[in-house]
Design a protein around this ligand. Structure first.
Ligand SMILES: [Zn+2]
Length: 429
């Protein structure tokens, strides 16, 4: 999602594949990673999913707990099923730039395709993978089921490829018990890497200035990944500036000036081959304000912006890691991303369709719904304030202000804090 601007989509509990007894990692999986690259393509009304390639590497750096369940539904899901028993072995949820693009004007007349790489633990036995995309009404719009034979000789073994230069910046513990975040350099020449490392440190400091990261930082490992860009800087199309950089990042995504994204997530995964990662934080070597964060995909943010650079990183990581929705809204826009008949899956937004699933247990007795803003205790007083998710009507947020609403606020509201805490626990317990 854009830095304090626009779009998401929805799919709440989406219990297409109900979870059964807990799946033991070692019983079902090798300590190895299966990477599946898809192409998502279509228009505003069509969606296609196709597999482009399968590859594998040694070691699995993803979660080893809660393998067959989801905490957040996302706008798309992967489900791995054991072919012999039909049991669900692994689930993963995500959002995509493709689904954001589907809301643009261009999608009404042009078909486009977007890369969508994912990593899953390598199963011991033959498995099926089901890839599903949802629309804003939580309806399945596209689904692909394909088989994976772990012994297939055409699964490209990349275990022996040399890794991009990388090192640990902060280590909370063993990768099996921690969430591995790769901080990736974008637009940095070789001689600028010491500067990049310093920016990694200040980014981690920015995260740890916020709860719940402050008290749970030891659940994270951070590695710095240093691909060299052939040119310094980041492409800014509205200034007619294009550079040849490691990930090809650029502003003006969907013609929105501050929306910074990368055109090829597969390149990002390539750059991080044989490096411990589950989540990505890309630091862009530019002073231009902007960024983007897509749930379980990546965060990218300007690392040099004089205007609130660190706040952007924390906000966008709230999207990509925390699955949080934007709590800001526009006065003239409603019913775009969050239809009034559907409860959004984002834990910090509600349409009141199923508010019991959200933060009703955190409201003080007698709190009116909706709650009138009173200008006091802006981030700490939990209520149900109308306006959020880009819509001034029909979507409600938990606090008057929050890190997910404005740059000037320096903390997450209690509901966002709880949501992040729950996710960290889901990955590590
Ligand atoms: Zn919040």
């Amino acid at each position: 999602m854009k830095p304090l601007n626009l779009i998401a989509a929805a799919a709440l509990t989406a219990a297409v594949f109900p979870a059964r007894a807990a799946v033991d990692f070692d019983t079902h999986f090798a300590d190895s990673t299966l990477r599946v690259d898809y192409i998502f393509s279509g228009t505003n009304r069509t969606q296609h999913i196709a597999v482009t390639r399968l590859s594998k590497t040694d070691k699995w750096y993803g979660r080893r707990n809660n393998l067959d369940s989801l905490l957040l539904a996302g706008n798309g899901q992967l489900t791995m099923l054991d072919v012999q028993t039909g049991d669900t072995l692994f689930r993963h949820s995500f959002s995509t730039l493709f689904q954001e693009w589907q809301t643009t004007e261009e999608a009404t007349h042009t078909e486009r395709s977007f890369e969508a790489p994912f990593i899953l633990p390598m199963p011991h036995r033959t498995a099926d993978i089901v890839c599903t995309l949802f629309d804003t009404h939580n309806r399945v719009t596209s689904q692909l089921r394909h088989r994976v034979e772990p012994t297939d000789i055409l699964i490209h073994d990349r275990s022996h490829e040399p890794a991009t230069p990388w090192k640990y910046i902060r280590r909370g513990g063993d990768s099996r018990e921690c969430i591995d975040v790769a901080i990736v350099a974008e637009g940095f020449a070789e001689d600028q890497m010491p500067e990049f490392i310093a920016m990694c440190d200040s980014s981690i400091a920015a995260l740890t200035a916020h709860e719940p990261y402050a008290s749970l930082i030891d659940r994270f490992n951070f590695v710095a990944v240093m691909p060299v860009s052939r040119q310094n800087g980041i492409s800014i199309p509205h200034d007619k500036l294009w550079y040849d950089t490691a990930l090809g990042a650029h502003y003006d995504t969907f013609y929105i000036p501050r929306y910074l994204t990368i055109p090829s997530p597969a390149r990002l995964f390539d750059v991080c081959t044989n490096i411990p990662f589950e989540h990505f934080l890309i630091l862009a070597n530019t002073e231009e304000y902007g960024g983007g964060g897509i749930f379980n995909s990546y965060t990218i943010a300007s690392a040099r912006s004089k205007h609130s650079k660190l706040e952007v990183i924390v906000h966008e990581f709230g999207h990509s890691f925390g699955g949080l929705g934007d709590e800001y809204y526009y006065d003239d826009q409603y019913e775009t991303m969050y239809p009034s008949d559907t409860e959004p899956w984002e834990p910090n937004l509600t349409t009141l369709v199923d508010f019991g699933l959200k933060w009703s247990d955190m409201l003080a007795p007698g709190t009116p719904i909706p709650t009138k803003p009173d200008g006091h205790d802006l981030t700490t007083k939990v209520g149900v304030y109308e306006g959020g998710g880009y819509q001034s009507r029909g979507v409600y947020r938990p606090a008057q202000d929050c890190r997910m609403k404005v740059n000037e606020v320096h903390e997450f509201c209690p509901v966002c804090q709880r949501a992040i805490r729950r996710l960290i626990s889901f990955y590590t317990h």
